[in-house]
Design a protein around this ligand. Structure first.
Ligand code: IDP
Ligand code: MG
Length: 151
């Protein structure tokens, strides 16, 4: 499996429920490392641009409304097979269909208000990471501390 990066968002409902730490712990415990983290309150244009691929869907207006309703946590997660692994840890879009122990099963309210976003493919991961983060804001996992190599 390849080392990958993916974009994760803790949506406004996750932030409001005070479960940022629990969600990040689920990622870390299952082998994903946050290599960039920032909170933001998305504006309408930012949310519309991010979800442009869904602009023709009937729920688009509702989705943009929800995503701009409060602050979110934007993260880049790094790890082996990070894109698929993140989707697995998140669970299905509809929390009623999400597997036991997944973030959406644990915290989501509905198919719309579903606590987390995760990129779905290498191309979307690259585009979504670039949408929110500059290269300098991403801090690859350090395998070894080299400040005191003799010690
Ligand atoms: P995903 O987040 O699991 O990848 P997508 O189908 O890509 O699901 O949809 C993007 C987001 O749009 C969902 O996470 C959810 O917030 C919202 N959404 C999807 N389907 C519905 C729906 O049927 N009603 C309301 N909101 C929806
Ligand atoms: Mg999606």
């Amino acid at each position: 499996m390849a080392l990958e990066r993916t974009l994760s968002i803790i949506k406004p409902d996750g932030v409001k429920k005070n479960v940022i730490g629990k969600i990040i712990a689920l990622f870390e415990e299952q082998g994903l490392t946050p290599v960039a983290i920032r909170m933001a309150h998305l504006g309408r244009a930012e949310a519309e641009g991010f979800y442009a691929v869904h602009s023709a869907r009937p729920f688009f207006g509702e989705l943009v409304e929800f995503m701009t309703s409060g602050p979110v946590v934007l993260m880049v997660l790094e790890g082996e097979g990070a894109i698929a692994k993140n989707r697995e840890i998140m669970g299905a879009t509809d929390p009623a269909q999400a597997a036991e122990g997944t973030i959406r099963r644990l915290f989501a309210e509905s198919k719309g208000v579903n606590t987390v976003h995760g990129s779905d493919a290498p191309e979307t991961a690259a585009a979504e990471i670039a949408y929110f983060f500059r290269g300098l804001e991403i801090h690859p996992k350090v395998g070894k501390i080299t400040a005191n190599p003799e010690g």
